[in-house]
Write a protein that binds this ligand. Sequence first.
Ligand code: 5GP
Length: 186
Amino acid sequence: MTRPARLTVLSGPSGVGKGSVIAAVRRRHHQVWLSVSVTTRAPRPGETDGVEYHFVDDDEFARMVAAGELLEHASYAGSSYGTPRRPVEDKLAAGVPALLEIELQGARLVRAAMPDARLVFLAPPSFDELARRLTGRGTEDDERVRRRLDLARIEMAAEDEFDDLIVNDDIESAADRLVALMEITP
Ligand code: 5GP
C-alpha cells in the first residue's frame, strides 16, 4: 500500500511571494500537487477559472460548506476562500506530496483536522519590504492594499504557531528550504 504522503501548508501574508516560491518548487519537482481553492473573490486580469482558483458565487460557496465539501474555509479581506476536501484526500492516499497555499485561519483549521500536516510560514524580510511588494504588484487598489497590510500584521504575529519559518529574501533559496521540509524524494 502507498504510504500516505505528507500534507504541507504554506501560509504567510499577502504579497510575501507564496505563489512564486511554490512555482519554483514545482518547476523542480513536477510531482508536487497544489490544491486549487474555491473563492468568491472576482478573478484578477489573467486568472483563469479552474487554474488559480475555482471562482464561485456566495450561494455555491455556502452550498459547498453545508455539504461538507471543504476541508477548511475562511473569510479574508471581504471574500470567502476554501480548500476542496476530496482532491486533497485522494492525492494524499495516492502518495502524492500535496501543498495548500492558504491564510492563517485556514492553516489553524487544517492543523485541527489533520494533525500530521506540516505548517510552514513564509515571512517577508521586513514589514516595509512586504508593503513595497504589495504596492508594487499593482493588483489591488490603495484601500485593498491597506486592508491586506492590516491583516499581514495579524498574520505575522502568529508565526510562532507554525512548525517552520522561511524568510523569503530570495525565491530560489526559499524554494530550497521548502523542498527540504516537504521531504520530497526525487
Ligand atoms: P488572494 O486573493 O491574494 O489570491 O488570496 C488571499 C489570501 O487567501 C492569501 O493569503 C491566500 O493564501 C489565501 N487563500 C487562498 N486560498 C485559500 C483557501 O482555500 N483557504 C484559505 N483559508 N485561504 C486561502
